[in-house]
Unconditional design. Structure first.
Ligand SMILES: Cc1ncc(COP(=O)(O)O)c(C=O)c1O
Length: 393
């Protein structure tokens, strides 16, 4: 059975070159990167090479990169590393749960938090951020690209507001890294999170950019790894994979790969909108990463679509993988003002570097039929069809 994977915002396959870059560090070069002998020097060199590659992707110095176990840890380290009892954080209602659940916990620990809304396109208004500032605001945390819609946030404007108010600015760039250029100097952020497995490195890898001079408390205590910002023996194979993926991401950003994927994404959208009635794009018109589309299909449930497509060999999603199985409609789509029905009828298709034009042909050959079948089974759709029929008589 042919299988097409269009859930790359949930996770991406490790690319062959990434796997090759990791391979030596499982068995041949196994030293602890903190050991001073030959074996340790080999793996230390590998870790530092990877740090240079990640720094190049982000436009920062290697010493400003802290390797973590992923995006969740990077977000947690940024928030818990900076915030102290009595401090106030400004964030948005559409953040990933790695940020939202962290700010909830911070509130339980005696911090304050403000959650600014988004407009119908899923964008934060920097003016709302400014108005949310208080004398005790320590941090602003707004994501760079949303994981469900791909919508890009005005992070440079938000960063300026943070700088004017002398407040730290963190951005979760997990879904932006490798898809749009990132330059921490241009953005002006103090902290920025990335995750390896969203950019073709292995799961369980990631990094936090920490601007020089930004003091964060570690979350783990132990050795003085990562300049005492993240204790624990380095995951050398994973870090090497992340470094290679960062190099490939830099090459893809300049080599036309994102334009290729953007054209495939646009073809999916165009064909769906033209050939299937009562559909639309969530976040349409807003700047978005080129690899994501979030479509709504009236009268059907996104979950049912995911299952129907899976049976036909297409992997899609309704939203964040960690929220699948949840009965509540997406917090991102409802924050954008979608009705619960429309939010529940939404489907996310996200592309990765392994996807081809043939993959898109295949998806487009099965999607309209899947929608039609589900609508046939939908009592709401039947009712409105009957009403429309009666009206035309
Ligand atoms: C925007 C965003 N932030 C953070 C994370 C968490 O990253 P990780 O899975 O590496 O912990 C994700 C993962 O879905 C994400 O999409």
């Amino acid at each position: 059975m042919r299988r097409v994977y269009l859930d790359n915002n949930a996770t991406t396959p490790v690319l062959p070159d990434v796997l090759e870059a990791m391979r030596p560090y499982f068995a041949e070069q196994f030293g602890n990167a903190s050991s001073i002998h030959h074996h340790g020097q080999q793996t230390r060199a590998a870790v530092e090479r990877a740090r240079e590659s990640v720094a190049e992707l982000l436009g920062c110095r290697a010493a400003e990169v802290v390797f973590t176990s992923g995006g969740t840890e990077a977000d947690n380290l940024a928030l818990f590393g900076l915030m102290e009892k009595g401090d106030h954080v400004v964030t948005s209602t559409i953040e990933h749960h790695a940020v939202l659940h962290s700010t909830k916990r911070l509130e339980e620990l005696g911090c304050e938090a403000t959650y600014v809304p988004v407009d119908g396109q899923g964008r934060v208004d920097p003016g709302d951020i400014r108005r949310a500032l208080r004398p005790n605001t320590k941090l602003i945390s707004v994501m760079m690209a949303n994981n469900e819609t791909g919508v890009l946030q005005p992070v440079e404007e938000i960063s300026k507001i943070a700088a004017e108010a002398d407040v730290y600015f963190h951005t979760d760039a997990v879904q932006a890294a490798g898809k749009v250029p990132i330059d921490v100097q241009r953005i002006g952020c103090d902290l920025l999170s990335i995750s390896g497995h969203k950019m073709h490195a292995p799961q369980g890898t990631g990094a936090l950019y920490v601007r020089k001079g930004t003091l964060i408390h570690p979350m783990f205590y132990g050795g003085s790894h990562e300049r005492a910002r993240r204790a624990g023996t380095e995951n050398v194979p994973g870090i090497s994979g992340l470094g290679k993926a960062a190099e490939l991401a830099v090459a893809a950003l300049t080599g036309g790969e994102m334009e290729r994927l953007g054209a495939l994404r646009d073809r999916i959208q165009r064909t769906v909108l033209e050939s299937i009635e009562a559909t639309g794009v969530n976040g349409e018109g807003a700047p978005r990463v080129p690899t994501t589309t979030n479509l709504y299909f009236e009268f059907i449930e996104g979950e049912a679509m995911v299952i129907a497509l899976d049976l036909k060999g297409v992997a899609a999603a309704t939203g964040a993988a960690c929220s699948s199985g949840a009965t509540e409609p997406s917090h991102v789509l409802t924050a954008m003002g979608l009705s619960p029905e429309r939010a529940r009828g939404s489907l996310r298709l996200s592309l990765g570097k392994q996807n081809t034009a043939e993959d898109v042909d295949f998806v487009l050959s099965v999607l309209p039929e899947a929608v039609a079948r589900l609508r046939e089974l939908s009592p709401v759709y039947k009712k409105q069809e009957t009403a429309a029929h009666t009206r035309t008589k």
